[in-house]
Design a protein. Structure first.
Ligand code: GDP
Ligand code: ZN
Length: 340
């Protein structure tokens, strides 16, 4: 067979791939060197509280935090991952990571889905009278949560604005979700009403706050974490030399009542905007809890639930078992997935 000549573009791509491999090998080396050096402590468990390039901060069960290199071939290690690691001075090594119970994903800059946080078990979806909420966004977050078996709690913030017109319409928007079985908390970061209930919902969970910009997520998190924010910021600046300090997801401990009751919160700008890009239409439909009983009963297996005869979802709308707004919301989400 004739030897094919590589095009300039192919040559360039190959050079890039080689460069990437070399870079990766460089990054893996410190972990292997430390492991062969014999100065590391015994294997122990820990949780990743932040990830920085080829390193991660790991917290031991006693609260000690150690910057670690990652052993080769670990796969993606993200904030919230439970890991096996070995202590070292100044750096430890992560040896293995444990299977995740859940993960939130975002596309990287090449469009590939990457996990950004792991082992979250509660999503707090924050809405407020202002900026005006739209149900479709709530549904998107609910679908993402359901898909990962993460409990969802709706938080209606800015309750001090509830006696306005927008307040009334926001309450109307939220009411159907209560009927679907989702807990709804009414709170105000400004006058602190409802924060006690919010704290008790955070207890013993690893949570994230999501929602439109301006609904008050930062205000709520600041109210819940009066001092921790700055303390953690100081730690990262001293040890990280400025890499990704603002964008990486970070795990915070919430002291909920001063009596040792704790919750964990994972937060970053990226987490607040995580999305549904990787779901199929079927998975989206399963994320609508009240659809589940009807799925699989349409005449056509590939029913789009638009206008097909004998569509079980359309029949359920006719029987008032599914709201037309939620079915429309489902269609909007599926359409937006198709467009990507
Ligand atoms: P984020 O973008 O979701 O993090 O929202 P922020 O926490 O930055 O809040 C956006 C705006 O809403 C700020 O001007 C806050 O002062 C205001 N805000 C936050 N919580 C409340 C609240 O409970 N009541 C009222 N009236 N305003 C609030
Ligand atoms: Zn159908």
């Amino acid at each position: 067979m004739a030897k094919r000549k590589l095009t300039k573009n192919q040559q360039r791509r190959i050079r890039q791939i080689h460069a990437r491999h070399e870079k990766r090998a460089d990054q893996d080396q410190p972990a292997e060197e430390l492991l062969s050096g014999g100065d590391l402590g015994p294997e122990q468990s820990g949780v990743v509280i932040a990830r920085y390039g080829s390193q991660a901060d790991v917290e031991a069960p006693d609260g000690q935090i150690q910057r670690c290199f990652l052993r080769a071939n670990l796969g993606a290690v993200v904030t919230g991952d439970e890991v096996v690691w070995r202590n070292g001075d100044p750096n430890g090594v992560i040896i293995a990571s444990t299977e995740r119970r859940s993960a939130l994903y975002r596309p990287d800059n090449r469009g590939k889905m990457r996990p950004v946080a792991a082992n979250i078990d509660r999503i707090f979806i924050v809405v407020a009278p202002l900026p005006e909420p739209f149900a479709n966004l709530i549904d998107r977050y609910l679908v993402a949560a359901e898909n990962q078996h993460i409990e969802a709690v709706l938080v209606l913030n800015k309750s001090d604005l509830l006696n306005t017109d927008q307040g009334q319409s926001t309450e109307q928007l939220i009411a159907p979700y209560r009927e679907l079985g989702y807990p709804v908390l009414t709170v105000s970061a400004h006058n602190e009403s409802g924060l006690r209930e919010l704290r008790s919902e955070l207890k013993d969970h690893t949570s994230v706050f999501v929602g439109q910009s301006g609904v008050g997520k930062s205000s709520l998190i600041n109210a819940l974490l009066p001092d921790v924010d700055t303390a953690v910021g100081a730690l990262s600046e001293a040890t990280i030399k400025g890499t990704h300090t603002t964008t990486t997801a970070r795990l915070f401990h919430l002291e909920l009542d001063g009596r040792g009751n704790e919750g964990r919160l994972i937060d970053s700008p990226g987490i607040r905007e995580f999305g549904l890009w990787h779901l199929t239409a079927q998975e989206v439909a399963e994320g609508f809890v009240e659809f589940r009983n009807h799925l699989g009963h349409c005449r056509f297996r590939d029913c789009t639930h638009e206008a097909e005869p004998d569509c079980a979802l359309l029949a359920a709308v006719d029987e008032n078992k599914i709201s037309p707004a939620r079915l429309q919301s489902y269609r909007n989400i599926v359409q937006s997935l198709d467009m990507q």
